[in-house]
Design a protein around this ligand. Structure first.
Ligand code: OSB
Ligand code: MG
Length: 369
């Protein structure tokens, strides 16, 4: 792959409605886009880093710094043959998976476009449509939450995930379950609890949740073993799984029964596939997590979700739930059965809308070998 230049770009877009987790509220997204240029073809990637270092250590600002000063120079220096080389070349940079993943996924898109093939095919995916759930943030009132769930269930989404935090947990889940006795329901704590809360999680069992996502610390596997032993509801790990080795350790030790895969958290498609494969080999289902992505990140998530072991509905949902106008054509749409149809165009299958992207850009930098 002869890489002539790589463009870094920050866009800013307000969310349609605020998104609140146990670590804070997001109203405006600051998203980094990467464009890799090679012999007349362009590949697109998106850093999934959030605005501040509260989900993990990464932020929009750190991703810009790591990409500009370390990731992109290394990629230029290495004269890589294809996207699978990128992960090895970036390995000496510790952490910063979201920064690395932005370039790694862009190289996959480039590679697929150069081959004239859909990315999902090159990744080895076989699903023709993606099963979708939604993640619903912490609301001002329970009534607001119920209204949101009603709307999404009515739209056809197959699974509802609600965010919990201390003070917005047991009573909320009880009320949601009372009003929606039959839906696939789960909750995500984003690491807001400790083993002192074991009794609270025991009491959650009665609500027949599909899973509880990342109840304990963002960098923990060990304490989750003890929690999983104490409860019937499956634990799903998000924050604490950074690569296939983490997945193996978490599975072997009984720290979880489900894993959520996020492209940024695991530094791109190559590692995502390895996590997927380790889970498949242990009969552990996976699903695709989300980071409030704009269209390019969303399209990469769809491509990844075509792999066979993505057998639970993911957090990838329609563009319009997040943004008034997304940056790709067509926008991501979800049918009345709660599915996204997989497109067969080259690369990610959706076309970035450069006019729209220009309109929301706040800074760009072009880097050359
Ligand atoms: O933990 O899954 C998470 C959003 C931001 C940060 C972390 C998470 C989330 C979500 C939203 O749950 C998923 C989405 O709809 O993109
Ligand atoms: Mg999560």
């Amino acid at each position: 792959m002869k890489l002539e230049r790589i463009e870094l770009r920050e866009i800013q877009m307000p969310l349609v409605s605020f998104f609140e987790t146990s670590f804070g509220r997001t109203t405006q997204r600051r998203i980094l886009l990467v464009r890799v240029f090679s012999e007349g073809v362009v590949g697109y990637g998106e850093a999934t880093s959030p605005e501040g270092p509260f989900y993990n250590h990464e932020s929009t600002g750190t991703a810009w710094h790591i990409l500009r000063d370390f990731v992109i120079p290394r990629i230029f220096q290495a004269s890589i043959q294809g996207p699978v080389d990128a992960a090895a070349i970036l390995k000496p940079i510790r952490g910063h998976g979201m920064a690395k993943g932005a370039v790694e996924t862009a190289l996959w898109d480039l590679h697929a476009r150069q081959a004239g093939k859909p990315l999902h095919q090159l990744l080895g995916g076989s699903r023709r449509s993606i099963d979708c759930g939604v993640s619903i943030g912490i609301q001002e009132t329970v009534a607001d939450l119920i209204k949101k769930i009603e709307k999404e269930v009515g739209a056809g989404y197959q699974r509802i995930k609600i965010k919990i935090k201390p003070g917005w947990d047991l009573d909320i889940v009880r009320e949601v379950r009372r009003q929606f006795p039959a839906i696939l329901l789960m909750c995500d704590a984003n690491s807001a609890y400790t083993l002192r809360d074991i009794d609270l999680f025991r009491r959650m069992d009665e609500f027949k949740l599909l899973m509880i996502e990342q109840p304990l610390a963002w960098n923990d596997i060990i304490d989750h073993i003890q929690l999983q032993k104490a409860i019937q509801t499956p634990i799903c790990l998000d924050e604490s799984i950074l690569d296939a080795e983490d997945a193996r350790k978490a599975i072997d030790s009984g720290a979880c029964r489900i894993i959520n895969i996020k492209l940024g958290r695991v530094a791109g498609h190559s590692e995502a596939k390895r996590v997927h494969d380790v889970c498949a080999a242990h009969s552990i289902p996976v699903w695709c997590g989300g980071m409030l992505e704009a269209g390019i990140g969303r399209a990469h998530n769809i491509a990844m979700s075509t792999l066979q072991n993505f057998c639970l509905p993911g957090d990838v949902s329609a563009s319009r739930r997040y943004f008034h106008r997304d940056i790709i054509d067509p926008e991501v749409e979800v049918d009345s059965q709660g599915r996204i149809e997989v497109l067969d165009g080259p690369g990610i299958g959706f076309e970035p809308n450069m006019k729209r992207i220009e309109a929301v850009t706040v800074r760009t930098e072009m880097l050359r070998p």
